[in-house]
Design a protein around this ligand. Sequence first.
Ligand code: URA
Length: 244
Amino acid sequence: MQDPEQIKYLKSLGIQLWVPRDYSGSESLAEVQTSVAVEGESSTGQEEPRPQPIKLSGDIAEMNWDDLQQAVLGCTSCGLHVERTQAVFGTGNRDASLMVIGEAPGADEDIQGEPFVGRAGQLLDQMLQAIDCPRSSVYIANIVKCRPPNNRNPQPEEALQCAPYLHRQIALIQPRVILAAGKVAAQNLLQSDLPVGNMRGSHYRYAALDIPVIVTYHPAYLLRSPKEKAKSWQDLKLVRSYLE
Ligand code: URA
């Protein structure tokens, strides 16, 4: 269970040891469950927004992986295609139990054609390793497939144009849980305008496919605000509880 990456990440959170009984013993499972809100409710008991299923373009909704990838790589549906080096489709295990969804490719991802390969990606790898989910075991994608100029946030229209592609990826994978990394991912997946800080710790669902979603801070934010890593560890434990 404990490898050097995992230990490094836990240490950076101020957590000394991974304790297996957190997830195998009834006592610690209860501990996990008490920190969890009821489905559809926040930990403060407030009603969470219930997003409506999105409508898919007929073609995309039927595509297999190869056709979907070709469609994304050649997509010109929004202005982001103009400045991209390449579209960043997504990567990883297409049978994954855990799917991680970020915001948009940055400069490194635009060049390499793979999501989360820069510094934020390295931290994401450590976070995943800390819950015993190496990068190779999960599927990683973004809300939009092309890099927004100057790394600005994707605009709502851009996210809307890209949504059918991401939706099809989620439908093909059928993960047991989705980790939404950061505001753009959380707000778009859950059709919410709440800040990440308010969404963390709650059990949402990606309504169109009824798949659990856990919200956490974006790794790039954690690089700027390392104090928040302890909270992200709580989020990761919630994710882990879905994978048990
Ligand atoms: N940030 C993201 O949200 N996605 C990436 O692929 C890289 C950085």
